[in-house]
Ligand binder design. Structure first.
Ligand SMILES: NC(=O)c1ccc[n+]([C@@H]2O[C@H](COP(=O)([O-])OP(=O)(O)OC[C@H]3O[C@@H](n4cnc5c(N)ncnc54)[C@H](OP(=O)(O)O)[C@@H]3O)[C@@H](O)[C@H]2O)c1
Length: 272
């Protein structure tokens, strides 16, 4: 992974710091989009059982055996036995005997099954089917509960995070617990790219607005996983690895934080 930034997880494994998201990439476009991303140089690919594209994402990744591949167990598969079975199905669809990172997609507090699900994840890690294990959309209390009840801290938490929703409190919790923060919708689903400060910084640096936003994630020690289907955008996003933002430019993006900027569901309420 020459010149590709990585972070060290709490299980001592390395995770590439820029990834490729595949949510809403349709079955027919996924193999090409993933191949393009790998061709451009991405080392991490994120999918999920619920995206319905694991089979084609697996095909797109093909023989690139050293790609960091992660998937997520969907809410209906929570619970110890169901999770073990669901993980086997993920592996079968992906065409692999293991993934690099397996995530619980949502805590679903009303179901109250995430501790049992986490116990199955520990078993899957012991069996080598998941090299690292983590969670997604977990709140501070959810994280503390699985740690208290199992003694195993997730390697990462994948959460909604973009300049207009910066999640500073949860990031601090992650830092204190030794959990890597992975940013979903890192570009604000493409909607935040027209903000004045972002456009100004793009002009100052001569970089695409998307690369400016992704660079901000990288310099904060986050792992952004932007999604795109077209080569132009995939290349623009990858440009984030090749320049730096000044402290002043970082501060101007920090100032875009908005407590009401959440775009996705509330983890406390999402139990679907
Ligand atoms: N754990 C969870 O609950 C959860 C939830 C949501 C997402 N995710 C993960 O996070 C990944 C990323 O999130 P996301 O897809 O919601 O949002 P995102 O990556 O912030 O934004 C994707 C949108 O931005 C556009 N875009 C990408 N690059 C661009 C560029 N250079 N210039 C202009 N527009 C650009 C894309 O359009 P084009 O395709 O046309 O480029 C798409 O409409 C997902 O794919 C998924 O893997 C996880």
């Amino acid at each position: 992974m020459t010149d590709y930034p990585t972070l060290t997880l709490n299980d001592d494994r390395q995770i590439p710091q820029l990834g490729f998201g595949t949510y809403k990439i349709e079955e027919d476009e996924a193999p090409q989009a993933v191949k393009t991303a790998l061709d451009v140089g991405y080392w991490l690919v994120d999918t999920a059982a619920v995206y319905g594209n694991e089979r084609v994402v697996g095909k797109g990744v093909g023989d690139w055996s050293d790609i960091f591949l992660q998937t997520k167990i969907w809410n209906e598969s929570q619970g110890y036995d169901r999770t073990l079975k669901a993980a086997d199905k993920c592996l079968e669809r992906l065409g692999r005997d293991h993934v690099d990172m397996l995530l619980i997609h949502w805590p679903c507090p009303e179901k109250d099954l995430f501790v049992d699900t986490w116990k199955a994840f520990i078993e899957l890690r012991d069996q080598g089917k998941a090299k690292s294990i983590g969670v997604s959309n977990f709140r501070e209390q959810d994280l503390k509960r699985i740690i208290d009840e199992t003694g195993v801290t997730p390697a990462l938490n994948q959460i909604e995070l973009h300049p207009s929703f910066q999640q500073r409190e949860l990031r601090k919790v992650h830092d204190d617990l030794g959990i890597v923060t992975q940013s979903w919708s890192p570009l604000g689903q493409g909607e935040g790219l027209d903000a004045g400060a972002i456009k100004d910084i793009a002009d100052e640096t001569g970089q695409p607005t998307s690369a400016v936003v992704l660079r901000w994630h990288l310099q904060h020690g986050l792992v952004p996983i932007p999604k795109s289907t077209g080569r132009d955008h995939i290349e623009q996003n990858f440009a984030a690895l090749a320049f730096e933002l000044s402290d002043d430019q970082m501060a101007r993006i920090d100032a875009l934080d908005d407590a009401g900027g959440r775009m996705g569901p509330y983890p406390a309420e999402f139990n679907g």
